[in-house]
Design a protein around this ligand. Structure first.
Ligand code: NAD
Length: 462
């Protein structure tokens, strides 16, 4: 949005959207379908521009942009269009003898005007995917994309209005001042994606209006690797989930590995071989690796790497090119638990490995940190898998792979504890932006005088 978006601007946008919402326009099935079809059309017609914006913002390889963002959004849109009628249908529920005769149902009603604040790392997906849910549920929406991915943010501001009803769906560009101005307004739900520090700011602002929030945060996503795995397949999947996802700048990318002392050297060797196969001998020159988003994040990552507590632990990589914002895939072995890299979310191409005597010790290690958004286990041991699922708390899990939980729209996507609250994707998005209204309906028959005063001695006996 052009300069000067302040409190008055925010109030104006929200007032306009509220008026549109109150006209009832967004509630109809037809309106929702038309918006979703608009977004589906945008993806087809503007694919090249989306890819170019992602290239500008992150030098994201084209295939990665397609698989990780464009086709995910296309899938969400198609799924919502296919399922919408079913999702919108009131759900009949059983009644009890207390209300006999009666019928009961749960009606999903739109919440009103909702705000979506998104992050820079998957700037197309993380912006428009929640919008799909909000529209499917019949809301008016303000989208505030991340200023840290300016090309994608500007794409939305320029292009989205051509494909959706602008009186109900708005894009507001900007950084802290603009977001703060928006957060001063009353919304009916806020979905925020980003770090936990700002998550707290969003939740505090929302509390003033009693606005419920979905917070999609991050955390340190662990990968436990057993010694009985198919090491070739396991390392391919770890490397793809870490460096093949935006050079590790992904909320569910493996953050650190836990493995046994005896298996670690074998695992490191296998990771090195896979990395070289994927990205060549000089990964700083690889076109298949995204760059670091900006110099602030580059410096943040260098801080993690230059921490004296991890000096001597780099067993692979470590090369960097500050001018081009490139960092080679880097593995650190046996990092101390009080090093910065084990305290903070990495969110980049550095992969520390922690070693233990017995893999099960890793469960305690994971649970001693803030609950992660994702936890991964590679093993052939079914008992260990069961124990992992029961013992480790995380937003989501994958056994013997990474990242793929995000691709199934029938699974909720969201964190727990430090990694967030609430979830979305598929029907969970529809539910996140709906109020579940309880409706009990009776006729006039079967009226029992028992419940009414006077509460006579006779009634009290019964
Ligand atoms: P970011 O810098 O893009 O910030 C996110 C949003 O918050 C932006 O729209 C920004 O304008 C806004 N913002 C920043 N400071 C603010 C302030 N003081 N007041 C109000 N709004 C403000 O993204 P980021 O935080 O660097 O994102 C990375 C983090 O997000 C990581 O922790 C990552 O794990 C997490 N993440 C989570 C998910 C998920 O789906 N759970 C997805 C991606 C990233």
């Amino acid at each position: 949005m052009e300069g000067g978006f302040d409190g008055a601007g925010a109030a104006e946008v929200v007032a306009e959207l509220r008026e549109s919402f109150e006209s009832g326009r967004t509630r109809s099935f037809e309106w929702r379908v038309a918006q979703l079809k608009g977004i589906a059309r945008l993806i087809v017609e503007k694919e090249a521009e989306i890819t170019a914006a992602l290239d500008d913002d992150l030098a994201k390889p084209q295939i990665e942009s397609f698989i990780g963002e464009i086709s995910m959004v296309r899938g969400s849109c198609r799924f919502a269009l296919k399922e919408l009628k079913r999702w919108m249908k009131p759900e009949k529920v059983a009644t009890s003898v207390t209300t006999f005769p009666s019928s009961a149902k749960v009606v999903s009603e739109p919440l009103g005007v909702v705000l979506i604040i998104s992050a820079w790392n998957y700037p197309f997906l993380l912006s428009i995917d929640p919008v799909i849910g909000a529209i499917a549920a019949g809301n008016a929406v303000v989208l505030k994309p991340s200023e840290v991915a300016p090309a994608t943010s500007s794409f939305f501001a320029r292009i989205l209005p051509d494909y959706v009803d602008n009186s109900c769906i708005r894009v507001v560009e900007g950084s802290i001042p603009e977001t703060t101005a928006l957060l001063d307004q009353k919304f009916d739900k806020i979905l925020y994606t980003g770090n936990a520090r700002v998550g707290r700011i969003v939740m505090t602002a929302a509390a003033k209006h009693l606005t419920p929030v979905v917070l999609e945060l991050g955390g340190k996503c662990p990968v436990l690797v057993d010694s009985n795995v198919d090491i070739k397949v396991a390392t391919r999947r770890i490397v793809a989930g870490k460096w093949g996802c935006n050079s590790g700048q992904a909320c569910i990318a493996p953050d650190y590995i836990i493995t046994t002392k005896s298996f670690a050297p074998k695992l490191v060797d296998a990771l090195k071989i896979t990395l070289e196969k994927f990205y060549g001998k000089d990964p700083l020159e690889s076109a298949d690796l995204s760059r670091i988003v900006n110099s602030n994040h580059f410096k943040r990552l260098m801080n993690l790497l230059d921490d004296e507590k991890v000096s001597g632990t780099i067993v692979h990589g470590g090369q960097r090119n500050e001018k081009r914002l490139r960092i080679a895939p880097t593995i650190l072995l046996d990092v101390p638990s009080d090093s910065l890299i084990m305290k903070e979310e990495v969110f980049g191409p550095l992969l520390p490995i922690v070693t233990v005597d017995e893999l099960r010790e890793g469960f305690g290690l994971i649970n001693s940190k803030g609950k992660p958004l994702a936890a991964y286990l590679f093993t052939k041991d079914r008992k260990l898998e069961e124990k992992f699922v029961k013992t480790v708390s995380a937003g989501g899990m994958v056994i013997n792979d990474t990242i793929l939980q995000v691709t199934n729209p029938r699974l909720p996507f969201g964190g727990v504890g430090e990694s967030g609250m609430g979830s979305y994707h598929g029907k969970f998005s529809f539910d996140a932006f709906s109020h579940k209204k309880a409706v009990l309906s009776r006729g006039f028959g079967g009226d029992v005088s028992m419940r009414y005063p006077p509460y006579t001695a006779h009634k009290q006996k019964i």
